[in-house]
Design a protein around this ligand. Structure first.
Ligand SMILES: NC(=O)c1ccc[n+]([C@@H]2O[C@H](COP(=O)([O-])OP(=O)(O)OC[C@H]3O[C@@H](n4cnc5c(N)ncnc54)[C@H](O)[C@@H]3O)[C@@H](O)[C@H]2O)c1
Length: 250
């Protein structure tokens, strides 16, 4: 028996990085996975690997900033698997710029994917969870929502919105047994930042600020997300799980 046997999970941004690892891990733990992303070719490879193994998954092209796409994703999930037990709002983009260097387009794009995408996901999944009587939502924020990290104004603001919206929804739906938690990764080596971390200077700087003598990998976040998604965390809601190698303790 897996840790998610019998559950149906939607994982956004599942074409690579943390989302791909989470989709694979969830399938190994017995969930039926609906993996979504804008990068459909990469996503199909992730889903093929799952189905070639012992897992069960489908892929859906999905822009999390689109209300219509969310309606389609939730409808397809219910048509294929009958219900939605778990939502992992993982898709995100990162734009590096201080406040005065951030264009309005960059600001709006970041907010629409990182923050509006999370709101829309919850808006369309919660009615299904209310119907079935329970659910677990995990919203991927960042340590940038907790500390000022300098160079990513729009990103930090969007992740701050995810952090507070998570607590609001956790409070609103606790009586319905729908749990909502946020996860706050530190520096995790994924396609999102591999170009930055390719520079020795940046890597050394990131490592200098991380007490554990290594940087994070997708699995380091995925096991925390798995715990929050599963019934093992049935008394946990509105919490923020920081996974950062100790960076925030500095
Ligand atoms: N890597 C880090 O250091 C780090 C740190 C803190 C938080 N995070 C957060 O973790 C999450 C996962 O990021 P990652 O590190 O795996 O990066 P990643 O770039 O590998 O993955 C992000 C995925 O989101 C998808 N995506 C982007 N825009 C989308 C859209 N409009 N609709 C649907 N999918 C879209 C991308 O195609 C990609 O597959 C993100 O929310 C990110 O902000 C990452």
């Amino acid at each position: 028996m897996g840790r998610l046997t019998g559950k149906v999970a939607i994982v956004t941004g599942a074409a690579g990085g943390q989302g791909a690892y989470e989709a694979e891990l969830f399938a190994k733990e017995g969930a039926k996975v609906v993996a979504t992303d804008v990068q459909i070719d990469l996503l199909k490879r992730v889903v093929k690997d799952i189905n070639d193994g012992e897992g069960q998954a489908i892929s859906l092209k999905h822009d999390v900033a689109s209300e219509e796409d969310w309606q389609t994703v939730v409808r397809s999930t219910v048509e294929n698997y009958g219900r939605v037990d778990i939502l992992i709002n993982n898709a995100g983009i990162y734009i590096t710029n201080k406040v005065e260097g951030t264009t309005l387009d960059e600001w709006n794009k970041t907010m629409s994917i990182n923050a509006t995408g999370v709101y829309l996901g919850m808006k369309y999944v919660i009615p299904e969870m209310l119907d079935s009587g329970s659910g677990s939502i995990v919203n991927i924020s960042s340590i940038d929502s907790i500390i000022g990290s300098g160079n990513s104004a729009a990103y930090a603001a969007s992740k701050g919105a995810v952090r507070s919206l998570t607590k609001n929804a956790a409070f609103s739906y606790a009586e319905n047994k729908i749990r909502v938690n946020s996860v706050h990764p530190g520096v995790i080596i994924t396609p999102m930042n591999e170009h930055q971390l390719a520079s020795e200077a940046t890597k050394t700087f990131a490592q200098k600020n991380t007490p554990l003598p290594y940087l994070g990998k997708p699995e380091d976040v995925a096991y925390g997300v798995l715990y929050l998604a599963s019934d093992e965390s049935k008394f946990v809601t509105g919490t923020e799980l920081v996974i950062d190698g100790g960076l925030l303790t500095l």
